[in-house]
Design a protein around this ligand. Structure first.
Ligand SMILES: [Zn+2]
Length: 429
């Protein structure tokens, strides 16, 4: 062993440190007492050679003094940098040597020099980009967390956890449920790596800061591919059909439409700085849509009356009959207090007149094409115009009290070939 030491010392410069460090791997702070005993011979004593920063500092006889010094410096640094794993700079080394005649001098000075120049470092895990250290993390866990923070710019924590868990599943993954997303690929184009290292305690970054550096300054290229399954509605179509029973211009819904439903799997690719791509890769219809069917009337509008008349209002009662009233002839009947206010054509016909007419107010005249005409007066509003074909029962306006009228009512007249008839001979409520 003595020879080995001699050999070590015959090598100069930085090589010395390297070889010494490899031979005395367990030395340094934790100098192995067993090793010292093994090489102890009668008459020999141990001295401890101290190296720091690539330089030989000197030799001391008691390693405990050096250990105390180092411990004190670590404790001092710890006050400012809590939580870090602190240790002497890696260039610091202490090598034991068995010597016959100890030649330790100025031990106090050597310790003072060491105290002056020894750096306390944090043991770190360095983050490298393209082989260059760009950040120092506290440990491997902090390095992993840094990469996770980077990925959180592209995926939710739940998605990343699932991604990690899925890696451990060897057989096929279960099918996605609607509403679920799953990461299928994560690719970091840049050459990111990590390695054990040392750094000044003040230079140790948080994972968040290191991730921000990668994302914002280093502009690393990350691609995250996900699959997501979503439920989507399927619009229903509207089909129009002709209905010979319905008058032209009328339509009705024969069947209400209903949206269908499908489950679609999308592949979403998010690449840093670029717009994400979303592509449907799978589609399954879970409910077919129901088409809406609309019937359109094609039946010609009858313009010639039947000669039979229907009640021209929605219920109501006869508040005044035809006959002499207030010294003159009341040529029709009045219908008041109806259930609803629609005024209806009493028989098929064509609108002959529609508009304001003196004491009648808003009134409509229908020519039934068979000699009959009917008049509807005092309407609030009119829904038809001259020339309109109005089948029996068509709404032609709304009951009102326009013109000379004492309240809301319909004044209704029937005539044939110009001769006024008594409506009550033709209509029944
Ligand atoms: Zn009247």
């Amino acid at each position: 062993m003595g020879n080995l030491n001699d050999k070590s010392f015959s090598i100069s410069g930085s090589n010395l440190i390297k070889i010494a460090a490899s031979v005395f791997l367990v030395m340094g702070l934790n100098t192995n007492p067993a090793a010292a005993e093994n090489i102890g011979h009668e008459g020999f004593e141990t001295v401890y050679h101290i190296y720091n920063g690539g330089n030989y500092v000197g030799a001391v006889s008691e390693e405990e003094k050096v250990e105390e010094l180092v411990d004190a410096k670590v404790a001092e640094t710890e006050q400012e940098f809590q939580g870090l794993n602190l240790e002497p700079d890696e260039s610091f080394n202490m090598i034991a040597e068995q010597v016959f005649e100890p030649a330790v001098k100025n031990e106090e000075e050597i310790l003072a020099a060491l105290d002056e120049e020894l750096d306390i470092k944090a043991s770190t895990f360095a983050l490298t980009l393209d082989g260059k250290v760009i950040a120092q993390l506290e440990d491997r866990a902090a390095y992993d967390e840094t990469l996770r923070q980077v990925l959180l710019a592209y995926a939710s924590p739940e998605e990343l956890d699932q991604w990690e868990a899925n890696k451990r599943i060897s057989e096929g993954l279960p099918e996605l449920e609607a509403g679920e997303t799953r990461i299928t690929l994560i690719d970091i184009e840049d050459d990111l790596a990590g390695m054990s290292d040392q750094a000044a305690p003040a230079d140790v970054s948080t994972p968040e800061a290191a991730a921000a550096l990668l994302l914002e300054e280093k502009d690393i290229k990350v691609t995250v591919e996900k699959q997501e399954k979503v439920k989507e509605g399927i619009k229903f179509e509207t089909v129009e059909k002709e209905d010979k029973e319905l008058f032209i211009g009328k339509s009705k819904v024969e069947q209400e439409g209903k949206e269908g439903e499908k489950e679609v799997v999308y592949t979403v690719t998010e690449t840093g700085g670029e717009q994400s791509e979303r592509e449907a890769v799978e589609e399954e219809v879970t409910a077919e849509p129901v088409e809406k069917v609309v019937l359109n009337g094609v039946k010609e509008l009858p313009s010639v009356g039947t000669g039979k008349f229907v009640w021209p209002a929605q219920g109501g009662y006869i508040s005044s009959k035809k006959g002499p009233r207030w010294g003159r002839e009341h040529k029709g009947i009045d219908i008041a207090q109806p259930d609803g206010f629609d005024i209806l054509a009493a028989d098929h016909g064509v609108v002959k007149a529609a508009g304001a007419d003196g004491t009648f107010g808003n009134r409509v005249i229908i020519d039934h094409g068979n000699g009959y005409e009917t008049i509807y007066a005092h309407l609030k509003t009119i829904d038809v115009k001259v020339g309109d074909k109005v089948p029996q029962g068509t709404k032609i306006g709304v009951m009102g009290t326009t013109g000379r009228s004492t309240g809301i009512h319909l004044h209704f007249e029937i005539s044939k070939n110009g001769a006024t008839l008594n409506p009550l001979d033709y209509i029944k409520q």
